[in-house]
Each structure stands twice: as C-alpha cells, then as structure tokens.
Design a protein around this ligand. Structure first.
Ligand code: NDP
Length: 405
C-alpha cells in the first residue's frame, strides 16, 4: 500500500483527498497513507477533519512552503511518500519537481507551470525535465485534472475505439453553476484571471492562430445547462495534444462565461486590477491581481451556495473505415451532488477526482514510464472506467454533422 504526499489545501486538494480516503475506507488497496501539506496548516487540518467525519479515515498534516525546495526535500526524505501529488498552484510545479528529483519520488499535477511575472503557460519548462526524470528512474504525470486531463483521455479513447484518424477536435468547457455572488472564480482567482485574460490561441494546419482575448464567441446548447455563450481561448492541452496526436488538423478550446462575469472582468481590467506587475502602495510593492485575489471569495468557500451543473466534453470529427463522423464525449457534474459528497463545488470536484484517478493509475502500475508524460501517452481505458466508478460518468453521442462553426 502506498503513501501519498498531497501538496496544497484548496478546493481541488480537498476533493482529491476525500476521494483517496474513500478508496482507503473501501479497502481498495491502492492508497495507504495520506499526508496533506500546504502553506496554511489550518486549511490542511480542516480537510483532515472533514475526511475523518465523512470517511472515518485519519490523514496526517504538515505545514510546508513548496517554493522552498530544501524544506520540501527534507519533508519528502523524512516521510518517504511513493508519490507527490501537487495540488498547489502552477507556480509550484518546478520547485516540487526539483524536490521529487532530489529524492527520487514520482510526481503528478493538474496544471502546467507558469512563471509568476508573465501570464504565459507552456509545457516546455516541464518537458525539459524529461531526461532528468528518466535518468532518475522516476515518473511525472502532467495535467491530471479535467481540462487538461480528462479531455485528453476522452480524445485518446475516441481515437482508440472509434476513429482511424481524428481531423478536428473541439474542447467545450461549460460551468452552468450559479454561486450567488456578483463576481467569483471557480478555481484560484489569480490563475483563473491570468488564463481568461490571455490571448486566444488555437492550432490549425500546423500552426498557432492567435487573437485578442474573449472575442470569438459561439452559442452552444449544453445538456443539463441550456444555451450558453462560449469563447475561444488558449488552453494548455492544445499544446500537448497537437504534439502527441499530430494528425489533428485543428484543435480549439471553448469556455462559457456569463455576461455579468465578463462585465466585471472588463471593469477590473480597465482599472488595472488584473495587472501582474508590481505597483507601489503605501510605500510597499503590491501586485494588483494578488490583492484582488485576497478580496474575492475563495473557490473552496463557494460549495455551499453553488447550484447547477458543469458540462465538459470533446467533439471530434474524423474518419473510421473511410466514413466521416462526429462524436461527442462529455461528463455532466452536479455542483450540489459534489458538495453533498465532499463539501466542495463541481469545478473542484471535476479536477480533484481525475487527480485521484491519475494517482491510482501510477500507483497501480497501469500507467508507468520513466520521464515526464502527458495524459494522452497512456491507455485511456482504465482511466475511463474509473471515471464511471468514482463520480464522473461520461456519455458518448454521435452528432448528425460536424460543428457548423
Ligand atoms: P486554491 O487556490 O483553492 O488552492 C491552492 C492551494 O495551494 C492553497 O491551499 C494554497 O495555500 C496552496 N499553496 C499556494 N502556494 C503554496 C506554496 N508555496 N506552498 C504550499 N502550498 C501552497 O486552488 P484550487 O484548489 O482551485 O486549484 C488547485 C490547482 O488546480 C491549481 O493549480 C489550478 O490551476 C488547478 N486546476 C486545474 C484544473 C484542471 O481541470 N486541470 C481545473 C481547476 C484548477 P494557501 O491556502 O496558504 O493560499
């Protein structure tokens, strides 16, 4: 039985740890012990308390600043986990990977590295660790959330079972939940706003096509949500999918936003509150976006009030036995059900469950390798099976025609 070190104690971590504890309680044998460590110890303790109440499983907690590589290395050396699950922020990816290298420990995360001073994310920084991980005989699994994560598994599963070739891929992410707040983000506000305000970028015929943020919009009727405006955005799995499935001619990522969210965001941008460069305030430097994060609701606090569903899936058009077809695989997740089960809203749930499943894939040996890997490099079948068993069931549907846009 394995020992897991989970780093970070936000909404995603809370769901992942509850799910791992459920498996321990069920005597599944994959997860043995869980150590939850984060910057703020009281948040780890609150999760541990909830896990104990809901599952009867006791987990241990520790305080750690994951940016401090020597301190994290010492913690890993002392605790000797089999796997480090990074559910802190993308800024911590490289320091945590460094500590894993120093200690010869496997690594998993749900979001790719971003430098603090530039709102830019790409896999290069983490892919550059491949040879060092390989030489050390350890494995890193990158992006084991929903998107990135499940969306890549959906794509590989379609390719494995239903297509000889995929030509176009659209990833559709709809959060149809209402949290009752004027403005709040459903995962870490700083990371969310950096992502949403970045230029749109999609992959088409061997090159990136870039445009201004949130300008290309389409209406789409999402099952269990209704019609919503979705906007073309850049998202990290486009980079890994176009690398590992180079046959795909066009890959686009769409996310829904309500008008009120976009109006608030425009005002915040216009007044400079989303800036990530330092400004002087009362004699000290502050980063406006970090200050904004401090006054916005914590995503982990939105669970109780959020009602409605998320609906995230992929639509692929391709060819099987010479015939073109369009298939749609998706999951619908209820915010209320997620809250009832784990005390967290659906966006944390749809990320935390795949983080647990990715960890289970690695620990059970079903997904193994030496080096740094993305989700689409492994057999999708056992992952798809676990999604159905652990709260994120999916459906497959054939559409009458490719998307008209
Ligand atoms: P939260 O902000 O709720 O939680 C982040 C946690 O990380 C907090 O507990 C925070 O501590 C902790 N943390 C931050 N810095 C450090 C540090 N230096 N050392 C130790 N702990 C630290 O975020 P979420 O739970 O919403 O998101 C977690 C991750 O999941 C993010 O990387 C996000 O990008 C990713 N994500 C991925 C998705 C996917 O589908 N792939 C979807 C949604 C999110 P403190 O409480 O002290 O601030």
């Amino acid at each position: 039985m394995s020992k897991i070190l989970v780093i970070g104690a936000g909404g995603v971590s809370s769901v992942a740890v509850h799910k791992m504890a459920q498996l321990i309680a069920a005597g599944n044998g994959t997860f043995g012990e869980i150590l939850l460590a984060s910057r703020t110890l009281s948040k780890c303790e609150a999760i541990a308390e909830s896990v104990k109440q809901r599952t009867g499983v006791a987990i241990t907690t520790a305080q750690i600043d994951a940016d401090d590589v020597p301190a994290l290395t010492a913690l890993i050396e002392q605790e000797k986990p089999d796997l480090v699950v990074n559910l802190a922020l993308p800024y911590q990816d490289l320091p945590i990977m460094d500590a894993c290298l120093a200690t010869g420990t496997d690594y998993l995360d749900t979001a790719n590295y971003e430098p603090r001073d530039e709102a830019k994310f790409e896999y290069k920084w983490q892919w550059d660790y491949h040879d060092r991980f390989k030489d050390a005989g350890i494995m890193a699994l990158l992006g084991s959330g929903f998107d990135p994560g499940v969306t890549s598994v959906f794509t590989c599963w379609l390719k494995k079972h239903h297509f000889d070739r995929i030509d176009t891929l659209d990833i559709l992410d709809c959060n149809g939940g209402d949290h009752g707040q004027h403005f709040a983000t459903n995962f870490n506000p700083e990371i969310n706003i950096r992502e949403v305000t970045a230029n749109s970028r999609h992959w088409e015929k061997g090159q990136w096509v870039e445009g201004p943020p949130l300008t290309q919009k389409q209406e789409f009727d999402f099952e269990a949500v209704g019609p919503k405006n979705m906007y073309l955005m850049y998202h990290e799995e486009i980079e890994s999918l176009k690398t590992h499935l180079p046959e795909i001619q066009r890959i686009r990522f769409w996310m829904t936003f309500g008008d009120a969210y976009l109006t608030h965001l425009a005002v915040l941008q216009n007044v400079g509150m989303t800036r990530i460069d330092p400004v002087m305030y009362e004699g000290r430097e502050i980063i406006p976006l970090q200050f904004l994060k401090a006054v916005l609701p914590e995503p982990a606090s939105l669970g109780e009030t959020t009602k409605g569903n998320t609906n995230i899936g992929v639509i692929a058009t391709g060819v099987k036995d010479g015939v073109e077809k369009t298939l749609y695989v998706k999951n619908i997740c209820s915010h209320e059900a997620a809250y009832e089960e784990t005390g967290n809203q659906g966006v944390s749930y749809t990320t935390g469950v795949p983080a647990m499943i990715g960890a289970a894939m690695m620990l059970s040996g079903q997904w193994r390798g030496k080096g740094v890997f993305n989700m689409e490099e492994f057999d999708p079948d056992p992952f798809m099976e676990m999604l159905n068993q652990h709260g994120l069931p999916w459906t497959l549907e054939e559409l009458e025609a490719p998307l008209a846009f």
